[in-house]
Ligand binder design. Structure first.
Ligand code: PLP
Length: 385
C-alpha cells in the first residue's frame, strides 16, 4: 500500500509525467491538441479559459508543470527553442540596463547578447568564469539588472558557484538567471541555490532524442519581470507546436535514466583518458583535478553531467583527425541526446571563441561505455587511418 501523505520520489514523478491522466478517455499518454482557437460564449466569456494558441496550448501544461516541480519553481514556460527562452529573459530588460555575462557560455546566445542586445541599448560586461573578484567589480548597484551564468560552462566546463552569484545579485538589486541545460534539473536546482530564473535548451537532455527543438524558463517568483517574459512569448509567438510539446514530454519521462547513464559513462571516459597518451587535457568537473571540482561537488548531486572535452596533443589538425576517425561518436553539433556526439567547437564558434583549438567536445550518450572508450582509443591511435 502507498502512503498518500508521503511525497513521491522524483523518478516516479518523471516516469509518470506527474501521473496526469487524460480526463475524457483515461489514456496514459496525453492527446495532441492542434487547435489554434477556442469557442467564445454568446456572453463574451471563454469557458475553457483559452482564447488562442499563441498564448498557450493544453500540450504545454504537463511538461511545464513537470519542469516547475523538478526545478522547485513557482511557474514555468515552454519556448520554441533554448535561444528564444534565453532571448526572452534579456528582452525583459529595458534599454540602458546593465547585465553581466561569463566569458564562456553557449556561444550562440553570447553572440546574440553582444550584437542585438547591445544594439538595443543593453550594456554588457563580460567576466572570466570562476573570477569572483571580476564579478564583484563588474556589477553596478542600481544599474545592473541581470547576471547571466551557465555552469558547467559549454564547452570548457568551467564551474561557477551559483549561491555566490545569487548573493552578488541580491546585494546589487539584480536578478540571476542560470542556463541549466547541461546540469539538468536532476543534477542542479539553481532556484534552490538562490537564482531567480532557470533556463533550459530542452532540445538537449530534457527531450533527449535529437528530434525536438525546445526551450524552457522556470521562475522562483511570479513578479513584474516574469510578466514581461510571459508577454514577450505571447506577442512574439515563440511557442512550441503541440506535437513537439507532446514529444518533449515523452522524452522527459526517461530523463532520469538517460542522465544517470550519461553521467556514469562520462565519468568513466574522463578517468580512462585523464593523462593518457595523445591527450593534453581532459576537461570534466567530475575529476578531482578539475579547478571547479569542489564547487561542482557542492552544487551538483548525482553526477557531473554527460559532457566533457578532450584536448588533443598536436593542436587543431590532430584534433580534427581524431574526430574524423571516430565511428560510434557521430560528428554533429548539439548535446544531451541518446547517441554520443563529437564536435570541434573552435571551428564552429569561429573568430573570438574562447575555446581552445585542440578541443573536442563529447556529448556522451547511452551506448555501452566500453564501446565508446574503444572508439576513442582507436581514433587516438589512428588505427583506421
Ligand atoms: N544553452 C546551451 C548550453 C546550449 O548548448 C544551447 C544549444 O546548443 C542553447 C542554450 C540554445 O538552445 P537551442 O539550440 O535549443 O536554441
Amino acid at each position: 500500500m502507498t502512503d498518500e501523505n508521503k511525497p513521491l520520489n522524483r523518478d516516479t514523478l518523471i516516469a509518470q509525467g506527474l501521473g496526469w491522466m487524460e480526463p475524457e478517455h483515461k489514456s496514459l499518454a496525453p492527446g495532441i491538441y492542434p487547435a489554434t482557437t477556442y469557442e467564445r460564449e454568446g456572453n463574451g466569456s471563454y469557458p475553457s479559459g483559452r482564447i488562442y494558441s499563441r498564448p498557450d496550448n493544453p500540450n504545454y501544461e504537463q511538461p511545464e508543470q513537470l519542469l516547475k516541480t523538478l526545478e522547485g519553481g513557482s511557474d514555468a514556460l515552454l519556448f520554441s527553442s533554448g535561444m528564444s527562452a534565453g532571448v526572452a529573459v534579456v528582452q525583459a530588460l529595458k534599454s540602458g540596463d546593465h547585465m553581466v555575462i561569463p566569458r564562456v557560455m553557449y556561444w550562440g546566445l553570447r553572440a546574440w547578447m553582444l550584437s542585438f542586445a547591445k544594439d538595443w541599448g543593453i550594456e554588457i560586461t563580460t567576466v572570466p568564469n570562476g573570477d569572483l573578484a571580476a564579478l564583484e567589480k563588474a556589477v553596478i548597484p542600481g544599474k545592473t539588472k541581470l547576471l547571466w551564468m551557465e555552469t558547467p560552462a559549454n564547452p570548457t566546463w568551467e564551474v561557477d558557484d551559483i549561491a555566490v552569484w545569487a548573493a552578488v545579485a541580491k546585494k546589487t538589486g539584480a536578478r540571476l538567471a542560470v542556463d541549466n541545460t547541461v546540469a539538468t534539473p536532476l543534477l542542479t536546482n539553481p532556484l534552490k541555490l538562490g537564482a531567480d530564473i532557470v533556463m533550459h535548451s530542452a532540445t538537449k537532455y530534457l527531450n533527449g532524442h535529437s528530434d525536438v527543438l525546445a526551450g524552457a524558463l522556470i521562475t522562483a517568483t511570479e513578479d513584474d519581470f516574469w510578466d514581461r517574459i510571459i508577454t514577450n512569448r505571447r506577442t512574439n509567438g515563440t511557442v512550441m507546436g503541440p506535437f513537439e510539446a507532446w514529444l518533449l514530454l515523452r522524452g522527459m519521462r526517461t530523463l532520469h535514466l538517460r542522465v544517470e547513464r550519461a553521467c556514469s559513462s562520462a565519468m568513466a571516459i574522463a578517468r580512462h583518458f585523464d593523462g593518457a597518451k595523445g591527450i593534453r587535457a581532459v576537461l570534466y568537473p567530475g575529476l578531482e583535478s578539475h579547478p571547479g571540482h569542489d564547487i561542482a561537488a557542492k552544487q551538483m548531486s548525482g553526477g557531473f553531467s554527460g559532457m566533457l572535452s578532450l584536448c588533443i596533443n598536436g593542436g587543431e589538425e590532430a584534433a580534427m583527425a581524431v574526430a574524423a576517425r571516430l565511428n560510434i561518436f557521430k560528428r554533429a553539433t548539439s548535446l544531451g541526446g541518446i547517441e554520443s556526439l563529437v564536435e570541434h567547437r573552435a571551428s564552429i564558434e569561429g573568430e573570438g571563441t574562447p575555446c581552445p583549438k585542440d578541443l573536442l567536445r563529447l556529448s556522451v550518450g547511452i551506448e555501452n561505455v566500453d564501446d565508446l572508450i574503444a572508439d576513442i582509443e582507436q581514433a587516438l591511435e589512428g588505427r583506421n587511418s
